[in-house]
Design a protein around this ligand. Structure first.
Ligand SMILES: Nc1nc2c(c(=O)[nH]1)N[C@H]1C(S)=C(S)[C@@H](COP(=O)(O)OP(=O)(O)OC[C@H]3O[C@@H](n4cnc5c(N)ncnc54)[C@H](O)[C@@H]3O)O[C@H]1N2
Ligand code: MOO
Length: 639
């Protein structure tokens, strides 16, 4: 029988349960000095103790006058005002002398002599006078209860004579990381050890939301130890977070412990990632067990724990900043699960249409993809994925203004691209270069769909021996396209140090003793490998490991480095990064491809200029295996 251990609660329902169960859960309050209060949340409404200003004050440097004395003044009929009687000098902020009711700016006044001023314009009553309470009015409610204090709130409070205020104490949270395989972050790891980093992510987010957080030492997967720590910690905090052990593994004890000690509220929500979250109430305290996978823990922290931290401070969590975006490819999603998918966003050239969302890697432990993401696309639980042209909401992770300026490059992987990306940022350019590495062919497909500004490809045409052009003819018929040479680079074999299996040519791979690891279908390196095999008259079935695939040069080199393969094809620079031997076989060119119409886009001009710079060429060359003479050179093709 299928063992079902998870609830299938819709997200909204799950949040309602938390709100209902913990509606009276509040942190204690304390009185603190106003100038220490930024980020804290008011426990009571706050009224102004005084008006500001509490006297009539001059708003300008000039002279205080009686408005009626100025009534007839004009440029043709200048009027003289007697100093001390009809006019008194005042500076900005000075009280207005009794009996005066307007101010004229000094630059509009002519000082005729020590006793007389001349003016050429009449002024109305209250001209340039700050009235009593112009800034804040005594008795007015300045801040409501449940207000998170900002820098400018401080100013208004202090001006209004409020020097102390009652705020919620920072909610006390304890985080307990659990797991046999986990160790504190360090540079060196033993085999099988994994760095415990969820606590650092979760803690930092909670501090941002106003909590005071303690992280306990990592506890081994031992039921008694975890139980002891849970009971102890729950007495010292308002919210307890247990990291991992929320699913059904042999050592996932969290559910058992909470079942015995607490009231379980729910275990399992219809979302992905983050499905196996578990929440409970232990002696009125909130307990949340977050799933182990980092992206799942992260998402659940934002969706659920954030609500609780706000609730503890008498607030309701803000809605996420969402934007309706469009997709240009099919994106699958399970019906009955609300899916949260990391995406890059790109704007069309005139910025009129909705932003286009381009999905990134989905895995619940793919951290680089959350760093790269511009937004999290939400596919609701009643949808079975999205089709090209469909729209859906996305939670923005970066500013929309910045996203609209970015350049997105989707294509094959090359180490020089990271160098360039970093250089653009280092120089403070007003755009960022974003990369999605997916392989040459997938890059061209994305460009054709309008999901990127640039593709990166190194696709050999086995007939002509030329790179990329024949593919462009196929992909971009009747279009005017441009090719910018990025680099010419060496392709060859990654081999174990010292080449123990004596591999010296493609035909050596036929040896049954040799394990190869290939690149994914559609990768330029895969195309090259097929070409090299064909040239030698070798059939792919003769190669051990032809169907084993890695997705980047680095991953292929690393497979050789750790011994799971004897050889792989790839670029020299990755061999240098991983520290494996390299046997050069051929040279290829890697081009950036774009619509020719984009060539006068300032960002593209910047990129081309950068690629032509001597200093950048030297840096790329130093990565190993690169020829940079043609970097930045341009070809325009009418296809
Ligand atoms: N048979 C099933 N197995 C799993 C299911 C399922 O439905 N049936 N759900 C999967 C999903 S979805 C998730 S999410 C995870 C949640 O698992 P746990 O909460 O029990 O977490 P672990 O298995 O202990 O760890 C998963 C993974 O994450 C790493 N990890 C754990 N804690 C940390 C930490 N504090 N910092 C960094 N990394 C952490 C851990 O080493 C594991 O690699 O269960 C699936 N399984
Ligand atoms: O839901 Mo798990 O939380 O997909 O990774």
């Amino acid at each position: 029988m299928v063992k079902r251990y998870l609830d299938k609660l819709p997200l909204k329902k799950a949040i309602e349960i938390l709100e209902e169960e913990f509606k009276d859960l509040r942190a204690e309050t304390e009185i603190i000095a106003v100038d220490q209060a930024v980020g804290r949340v008011t426990a009571q409404g706050i009224k102004a103790n005084r008006s500001a200003p509490d006297f009539y004050a001059s708003a300008m440097d000039g002279i205080a006058v009686k408005a009626k004395d100025t009534a007839d003044a004009s440029s043709r009929n200048p009027i003289i005002l007697k100093k001390g009687v009809q006019a008194v000098p005042v500076d900005t902020g000075n009280p207005i002398p009794e009996g005066f009711n307007a101010v004229i700016k000094i630059e509009e006044v002519n000082e005729v002599d020590v006793d007389n001023y001349q003016i050429e314009k009449s002024v109305p009553v209250w001209n340039h006078i700050r009235s009593i309470g112009e800034s804040v009015v005594k008795g007015n409610l300045i801040l409501t209860a449940g207000h998170k204090i900002r820098d400018f709130d401080l100013g208004a409070l202090l001006e209004a004579g409020v020097t102390e205020l009652e705020v919620y104490k920072k909610p006390k949270v304890i985080i307990i990381p659990t797991g046999d395989e986990l160790v504190r972050p360090s540079k060196e790891l033993k085999k099988g050890e994994l760095v415990e980093f969820n606590s650092a992510m979760v803690k930092s987010a909670l501090i941002k939301w106003g909590a005071e957080v303690k992280v306990r030492d990592i506890i081994k997967d031992n039921k008694e130890l975890i139980k002891k720590e849970v009971k102890k910690a729950s007495k010292e905090c308002q919210l307890l977070i247990i990291l991992s052990g929320s699913s059904a593994g042999r050592k996932d004890f969290t559910r058992d412990i909470l079942k015995a000690e607490a009231k379980i509220l729910f275990h399992g929500v219809n979302i992905m990632p983050g499905k196996p979250i578990l929440t409970a109430k232990l002696d009125d305290k909130a307990v949340v067990a977050l799933p182990g996978y980092p992206i799942s823990a992260l998402l659940d922290n934002y969706l659920f724990v954030r609500e609780l931290i706000y609730l503890l401070q008498g607030q309701k969590a803000d809605q996420f900043d969402q934007e309706v975006v469009e997709v240009k490819r099919k994106i699958s999603s399970d019906i009955g699960l609300e899916e949260f998918i990391r995406v890059n966003l790109i704007a069309d050239s005139n910025g009129q249409k909705p932003l286009t969302a381009v999905p990134l890697k989905r895995g619940s432990s793919a951290m680089e993809s959350i760093i790269k993401a511009d937004a999290i696309l939400r596919i609701s639980e009643n949808k079975e994925g999205l089709a090209p042209g469909d729209k859906a909401p996305a939670v923005l992770l970066k500013s929309k203004a910045k996203i609209k300026k970015d350049l997105l490059l989707i294509g094959s992987h090359d180490l020089s691209l990271d160098l360039i990306r970093n250089e653009i940022a280092k120089r403070g350019a007003d755009f960022r270069l974003k990369l999605q590495t997916v392989g040459s062919m997938a890059g061209l497909t994305a460009l054709r769909r309008g999901e990127s500004h640039l593709a990166g490809a190194h696709l050999l045409d086995s007939e002509s021996g030329e790179y990329n052009i024949s593919y462009l003819k196929r992909f971009f018929k009747n279009k005017k396209m441009a090719l910018i040479n990025l680099v010419n680079r060496e392709q060859g074999f990654y081999l174990k140090k010292g080449n123990p299996k004596n591999i010296s040519s493609i035909s050596d791979l036929k040896n049954k003793d040799i394990n190869f690891v290939n690149r994914q279908r559609g990768a330029g390196t895969r195309v090259l490998f097929d070409y090299l095999l064909k040239e030698e008259g070798i059939d792919s079935t003769q190669i051990n490991g032809y169907n084993k695939e890695e997705f980047t040069h680095i991953a292929a080199a690393a497979a050789v480095g750790r011994g799971s393969a004897d050889a792989a094809l790839g670029i020299r620079a990755a061999a240098e990064v991983i520290g494996v031997d390299f046997l050069s076989l051929t040279k290829e060119s890697y081009d950036l491809i774009l619509e020719a119409a984009m060539l006068d886009d300032p960002r593209i001009e910047y990129l081309i200029k950068l690629l032509r710079e001597k200093e950048i060429k030297e840096q790329i060359k130093a990565l190993g295996g690169y020829e940079v003479n043609a970097s930045g050179s341009l070809k325009i093709l009418e296809l």
